[in-house]
Write a protein that binds this ligand. Structure first.
Ligand code: COA
Length: 404
């Protein structure tokens, strides 16, 4: 049994602690140049380290964000940099760290924690559920032609090196959080997630401007050679790493531009919304292949009553949910949920479920009836399923679209 303490890192411990996680995630330790970006990424007061004999053996951190939920936004912890030193795993280190972090979220008034998982088997036991999926798509550019009826609402320009850091920030802010699951990006995120990668491998940024002169979408992409030693002329790919559009016209315009770039055989996009109609914009929809459909944003309700009260519900008769949460027992109980709001109740439960499954329902990504069908929701009263399906539903599937 390892003897360790969980606490915030002291100033001199920040870099060694982040280096330890970098190693756990199979990255190299921070170079001085990376640290210039990395040192501001995480705030010490939102970081928890596990220390054994004064040395870091585990860490978790989070950023304060606003998360879009159906009908509004909620303060949330965007959890990242979770890792345990390889020779100290399976001794309860991350369990202690993540539980401490969830209690900290509640105290900060952040009722929701969110993350992207390296492995889908880790976080369910800590009460996180897959709120939405995202798709990976490869477009065969040699076959792909845009349909003539796809709207054309503006034009695309490539940003200069001077504009590339700033303009996407402005567009992302103006686009706003228009889907449940989207989060705000703070300045440290932009420096680490955007400026650093532009500098590191010279990524390009294309911007769509509508007919009224408003910039309403951007795509950050990187050309990659598909050639091998044996086949040097196999062509190239474009990897699109960050793409946001305020409307379908901007999305179509950015795709029209990407498809027009010469010397490209494939365009690869990752983590796109499940309902984004890339294939349907093409004369031959099979020129676009979905190569993966994965868990995207994991949601944990750290403060169940606060979180439930922070979203709106569609019109339907109320339903009573009984929530189990052994890790944070203060969340346990019955909640009456209806279009007028949420309250604790002693009434009989219509549905019972664990808090990770509630995280799956929360953004409207999965109907309760589908989760009941796979044993994740127990319907004490079967009619409650139809009501819960209606109450939690939302017009657009959730999607985050920000790597963190
Ligand atoms: C994943 C990781 C953080 C787990 O840390 P840990 O300290 O070993 O976890 P714990 O000892 O607290 O384990 C808690 C439980 O989770 C299980 N578990 C831990 N890691 C797991 C994994 N990768 N897959 C499946 N189960 C896992 C443990 O078996 C244990 O189960 P139990 O409660 O039934 O006994 C650690 O292995 C690690 O750093 N991995 C590499 C980096 C990484 O993947 N980080 C996550 C980034 S999103």
């Amino acid at each position: 049994m390892t003897d360790f303490t969980v606490r915030h890192p002291e100033e001199h411990e920040r870099r060694p602690t982040q280096n330890m996680v970098a190693r756990a995630l199979h990255y190299r330790p921070f170079t001085d140049e990376q640290w210039a970006f990395g040192e501001h990424l995480l705030s010490a007061e939102r970081t928890f380290g596990a220390y054994e004999d004064g040395l870091p053996i585990g860490m978790t951190s989070s950023a304060a964000v606003d998360l879009a939920v159906p009908g509004g936004q909620v303060p949330a912890a965007a959890v990242a940099w979770v890792g345990v030193r390889a020779d100290r795993t399976r001794r309860g280190v991350v369990s202690e760290l993540l539980t401490t972090q969830l209690r900290d979220c509640r105290e900060r008034g952040e009722p929701v924690a969110a993350l992207h998982a390296s492995e889908a088997t880790i976080y369910g036991r800590f009460g996180y559920g897959v709120s939405c999926q995202a798709k990976y798509v490869v477009v065969d550019r040699t076959r792909a032609r845009m349909r003539a009826d796809v709207p054309s609402t503006g034009s695309v320009r490539l940003l200069s090196d001077a504009e590339a850091p700033t303009v996407p920030r402005e567009i992302y802010r103006a686009i706003d959080l228009h889907r449940p699951g989207m989060i705000t990006r703070d300045e440290p995120w932009w420096r680490w997630g955007h400026d650093r990668v532009l500098e590191r491998d010279g990524r390009l940024v294309a911007v769509h401007r509508d007919h009224h002169g408003v910039d309403d979408g951007f795509a950050v992409y990187r050309p990659v050679s598909l050639g091998t030693f044996e086949q040097p002329v196999a062509g190239g790919a474009l990897d699109v790493v960050d793409l946001h559009a305020a409307n379908p016209g901007a999305l179509a315009g950015l795709w029209r531009f990407l498809l027009s770039i010469d010397l490209v055989a494939k365009i690869r996009v990752k983590s796109r919304p499940v309902d984004e109609p890339i294939d349907l914009m093409l004369e031959d929809p099979r020129a676009a292949t979905v190569t993966g459909l994965h868990d995207h944003l994991w949601i944990r309700l750290a403060d169940v009553p606060q979180a439930l009260a922070s979203r709106t519900y569609a019109h339907a008769e109320p339903v009573v949910l009984e929530v189990r949460d052994p890790r944070l027992p203060e969340n346990e109980g019955r909640y009456r949920i209806g279009p007028d709001g949420v309250e604790r109740t002693s009434a009989d439960a219509g549905l019972t479920l664990d808090v990770d499954t509630l995280g799956m329902l929360y953004l409207g990504g999965w109907p309760a009836s589908a989760l009941a069908g796979i044993g994740r929701v127990h319907a004490v009263d079967p009619s409650a399923l139809t009501r819960a399906d209606a109450l939690f539903s939302w017009a657009r599937p959730p999607w985050c679209g920000t790597d963190f």
